[in-house]
Structures are given as structure tokens and as C-alpha cells.
Write a protein that binds this ligand. Sequence first.
Ligand code: ADP
Ligand code: TRP
Length: 321
Amino acid sequence: MRVLSGIQPSGRLHIGNYFGMMRSMIGWQERSDLFCFVVNLHALTSLTDGKTLAANTLEAARDFMALGLDPERATFWVQGDVAEHCELTWILHNHTSMGLLERSHSYKDKAARRETPHHGLFSYPVLMAADILLYQADLVPVGKDQKQHLEITRDIAGTFNNVYGKVFTLPAAVIDPMLATVPGTDGQKMSKSYGNAIDIFTDKPALKKRVMSIVTDARAVEDVKDPDSCNLFAIYSLFLDGDGGLELRDRYLKPGLKYGEVKKELVEKIWDFFAPYREKREELMSRESYVRDVLAEGAGKARAVASVTMEMVRERTGLKY
Ligand code: ADP
Ligand code: TRP
């Protein structure tokens, strides 16, 4: 079973990335043939500062390793180091209807935030389809926001297979319904680009500031609170087991709960939860050449698989003559 997913190095990693995708990826390495990569080509759609992209790419790779991604078990690389991603993207463009991309929520959303949307944003799902199809992935664990991109990938793969005979495996998205969307401090989806994220690796005063800024309703201390509509409750629950979640719910349903106190507890929870990973991260920070070696070796392993698919694609399409 091949499982594959990627993460953008567009900014610092946050707890939405961790609970929405990274933790499940790290779990998959125990029980599948895991392919995991840092999608720096996709990050070009939003980042135009070269130094920042380069630094973020290395940081995302290192942080993923600090959180438990084991390059001995998984194939772990940087997307832009394997040229086949771009090559397949061009070929797939010719099997992607304009309407399919025009219906993309993510494109509409991103286009609305810019004065002049560029073609990279429009074509983003095709590059993502190439990422997935190149490695014949069976399963792709992602957050709910990526569901439509997987549908687009299947559509493109199906169209291509209809024209040239079966070349690509149709992948399925894996979305944990419990963790579909982690809310940010303002209650919207937590995202690097919305200024509402709680970063995984940050110093304690900064963590405290972020947690204290979580928006809650205006109910008074003596009022009973509603856990199901509370953003703070949703975030806190990520760090609790079943019993812990029930206990917290109980506290919400009794008068006397102070949001400020719950926030202070949450700071400690988050800080302790990531403590072992922080240590590992410190260690990796002092071993940059090791991280670079891991990525170079990973790119070699990825290329070996990608080139088998590309050989078949070139034959079927007539690019091989
Ligand atoms: P961001 O929106 O912060 O730029 P990315 O687009 O790089 O995050 O997402 C990387 C992975 O993390 C994807 O699989 C995405 O679905 C998941 N993810 C991002 N934000 C969240 C969130 N708030 N809740 C759940 N999963 C998320
Ligand atoms: N689009 C994904 C995101 O923003 C990142 C991504 C790129 C990806 N290529 C992928 C995810 C391939 C899974 C598989 O989160």
C-alpha cells in the first residue's frame, strides 16, 4: 500500500498542520510504503522571496523529522529536486479541462485574495495531481480542504487512462473526520496565511500570546458554556484523550469556568506535548548537513520510482520515438 502526501514550506508549521496531516503521516510510516515530501514548487505560487523559500524548505524538512518522520522508513524528499514532477505536469495539462480547474474552491479563494491571480495558482491542482500520480499512490492523507484536489487528481488520471490505457492508479483521499479542520485563534481554519495559527515550535512567551488571543464568547463566569461552539474547546481537545475530553466538557457545562484559566492550562499542555520534539529539533539544527544528506538520498529514491512511471507515460503518449 503506497501512501503519499506533501506539505508546503510557505511558513512555520502550526498545530493544524500537525493534527490535520503530519501526525497521521508519521503513523503511516509504520504500516505502509510512505512517500512524503516538501512541496517547494507549490510554495512558489505564494512566496516570491528566494531566501525565505530556501530557508523554509530546509526548516519544514527538519521539523517534520523532529516530529517523528523517519527517513529510514519513509521516502522523504523535496519536490523541486525531482524534475519529473514538472515534466508530468505539462503532460497532464493536456488532459485537464478548463472547467475542472475553474470550479476549484481553492483557486477561487486564492484568486479573490489577489489583485491579479497568476497561472500558477490556476494550475496548482495539476502539479498536485502529477505529485500523486507519478508515484502511483493508493492513499493520500490530507486535511478536508484538500478533498477537491484529490477529486481533480482522480478526474485527470481517469481521463488520461481512458485515452492511453491504464497508466495511473486512482488515489483515494484519507481524511480523519475527527480532525477535519483545526480552527485558528479566530475560529476560521487555522492557516499560515491567515495570521491565526499557533505554531508548533515557538518560544513560550510567543505561545502564551497566541493562546491568550483565542477568541471566546462573552459568557460570564457563572454562566454555563457551550463546548461545541467553542474554538478554545476544539483546540484544547486535540491535546486530550477521550476521558480528558469528557472532563473538560463537564467543566464547560457547569457554572464557574473561566476561559482565561483554561487558556493558561492549554499553554502548558501544548508546551509539554511538543517538549520531546523540541529537543530533537535542537539536535537536528546542529546537524544541517545530515538533513541535507537525507533529502538528497530521498530524492534519489523518489526519482527511481518516478522514472518508471515516466517511461510508461513517454511510451504511451509517443514522446518516446
Ligand atoms: P496552510 O493552510 O497553513 O498553508 P498547508 O496548505 O501547507 O497549510 O497544509 C499542509 C497540510 O496540513 C495539508 O494536508 C492541509 O490539509 C493540512 N492542514 C492545514 N491547515 C489545517 C487545519 N487548520 N486543519 C487541518 N488540517 C490542516
Ligand atoms: N496542496 C497541498 C496543501 O496545500 C500540498 C500538496 C502538494 C500535496 N502536493 C501534494 C498534498 C500531493 C498531498 C499530495 O496542503
